[in-house]
Design a binder for this molecule. Structure first.
Ligand SMILES: [Zn+2]
Length: 179
């Protein structure tokens, strides 16, 4: 997406960075998705969020997305993202931003905590882009869920249809549907 980035005006890049900071994105996301200098981004981050960015590595593993509740949240986000990708002509990062805002609206409407951070959402899209994760259709409910690419669809049952025994009766994920 370097081509798209280069034609963006600086004002647009700042606007995009501010939106990401407000959504709670890590500084590394801003570095990757704008052409603004590190110093500039650092200043912007402190101004907008009122604190210094957290240090340390971004999560690099796909494991988190495979655990039960995170998988449901990641799947909800990715369904929205795939939909926007099809119907809207936007730069890649703007699709992530819009999909994440819609994901937050959905979880809020259902009184759920937004378990998926915008940084993880951004990472998830990268994992899908490079083939480390994909979506597989649940053989019971027909919803599409985040899985490893080698999942056999015929046998795949999602976390909503087959919650872990300790999870109790569906309170935690409320009425999330992936159809
Ligand atoms: Zn299912």
């Amino acid at each position: 997406m370097a081509r798209n980035k280069s034609i963006l005006t600086e004002a647009r890049q700042i606007e995009r960075a501010v939106t990401l900071i407000n959504l709670g994105a890590r500084l590394q996301v801003l570095e990757s998705e704008t052409d603004l200098s590190y110093e500039r981004l650092l200043r912007l981050y402190k101004e907008v969020s009122g604190k210094s960015p957290s240090k340390g590595q971004l999560p690099f593993s796909t494991d988190w997305f495979m655990t039960w509740q995170p998988n449901i949240h990641a799947s909800l986000f990715l369904n929205i993202h795939e939909y926007l990708n099809k119907v809207a002509e936007m730069d890649e990062i703007d699709t992530v931003i819009k999909a994440y805002q819609l994901y937050q609206e959905q979880t809020k409407a259902q009184g759920l905590e937004d378990l998926l951070s915008v940084t993880r959402a951004w990472r998830l899209v990268k994992f899908v882009d490079n083939g480390m994760l994909t979506m597989t259709k649940c053989s019971k409910c027909g919803g599409h869920f985040v899985t490893h690419p080698h999942e056999i669809a015929r046998h795949y049952v999602c976390g909503l249809c087959n919650p872990p025994a300790r999870a109790g009766k569906g309170k935690a994920q409320g009425g999330i549907h992936m159809h």
